[in-house]
Write a protein of this length. Structure first.
Length: 364
């Protein structure tokens, strides 16, 4: 039911095909984030039209609202949100530690207060797996502890706990139509990262993720930790770098053998009047666009760029019209998906090194 095939390689970069119960995923792939079973400002049809093949939904948020039982009773996430393609759910670990008003962690799990109403809840590895089993995504994540990256003692404890929890997740997971991915932790410490990557790799799970990055470390630290871990994780399984979504960071990670990505960046930027291109970000509220009849990106063929001017998009953003966020979300996601397609084609043709050099030269 789950099968990952590497179709082409160029140095460490690779093109792959991941088979899931809800369709094929061509890698490298970027997954938009639908935190509460919705990618903000766009419909499932619009997501499909821009080239989305994989969506991420958030276990923590759906557990709190509307409740995983309701999603289950509505036929699971695919029917609930009317998305027929593959879905990935994270474990909720990052949100438990970062969003809850108060949390108390121990070796068994985490007790936390809801950021919505302050109510008290308890997550254990078994609970995280059960919630994700009921949500019904194609790919589910092991429960992990994601600390700040710079304190060694904290990261070592979190790594050991994450390793214990992934074993418990593996024991609790019982759906053959879902793939459980483990998560590598270890902060910015090479020895911890190496130890964690080897431990996760030995579990022989359907896929492996690199967690605990893009949380405040430097760009060079992100790059070096990604390169280190990706070099240890098995080549025959998809490698997933969590929480990364800028064009430059995606290209760097792909160069080091990463296959899957998710991030709120393109959609969050869109809701804040920012357009993404491969070379720069554009603040669409700036006065220089007030009477500019060009599309956001003259080389883009998305619905926004094919039909509307920079002047109109700026007007929508200044007037705080919802359509502004919708058009920019369509554009930003199309741009990333189109870039991923070009990267896959370049790797397949053995031209990724040249493509990457041109990409770097155009960054502003």
């Amino acid at each position: 039911m789950f099968e990952f095939t590497v179709l082409a390689t160029e140095n460490r970069a690779r093109v792959g095909l991941l088979r899931t119960p809800h369709g094929m995923i061509h890698t490298p792939v970027f997954a938009p984030v639908g935190t509460q079973a919705s990618v903000k400002a766009v419909t499932p049809e619009q997501l499909s039209s821009v080239g989305t093949s994989l969506l991420l939904a958030n276990t923590y948020h759906l557990y709190l609202r509307p409740g995983f039982e309701i999603v289950r009773d509505q036929g699971g996430l695919h029917k609930f949100m009317n998305w027929s393609g593959p879905i990935l759910t994270d474990s909720g670990g990052f949100q438990v530690f970062s969003l809850s008003k108060k949390n108390n962690i121990d070796d068994e799990g985490v007790t936390f207060q809801s950021h919505i109403d302050g109510s008290t809840h308890r997550f254990t590895p078994e609970v995280a797996v059960d919630v994700q089993n009921n949500l019904g995504a194609d790919i589910v994540m092991a429960f992990d502890q994601c600390p700040e990256p710079y304190d060694r003692a904290t990261n070592e404890r979190a790594m050991v706990r994450t390793h214990d929890w992934v074993l418990r997740c593996k024991s609790a997971h019982n759906r053959t139509d879902q793939a459980l991915f483990g998560i590598v932790q270890g902060g910015i410490f090479p020895d911890l990262r190496s130890e964690s990557a080897r431990f996760i790799a030995e579990l022989d799970l359907p896929g492996n993720a690199i967690g605990g990055l893009s949380v405040g470390e430097s760009k060079e630290e992100l790059k070096s930790m990604t390169k280190l871990v990706a070099g240890i994780l098995p080549a025959g399984k998809p490698r997933y770098l969590m929480g990364v979504g800028s064009p430059a960071e995606l290209v760097s990670a792909i160069s080091n053998g990463v296959d899957m990505f998710d991030c709120v960046l393109p959609t969050r930027l869109a809701r804040n009047a920012a357009a993404m291109t491969r070379s720069k970000q554009m603040n669409m509220k700036q006065a220089i666009y007030a009477n500019d009849n060009k599309p956001i990106d003259i080389e883009c063929c998305c619905y926004c760029c094919a039909n509307f001017s920079r002047a109109y998009v700026r007007h929508l953003c200044k007037a705080k019209e919802i359509l502004g966020a919708t058009l920019l979300t369509i554009h930003n996601l199309h741009m990333l998906h189109d870039m991923m397609k070009d990267i896959r084609n370049a790797i397949t043709a053995g031209e990724f090194v040249t493509w990457k050099q041109t990409f770097k030269e155009n960054i502003k």
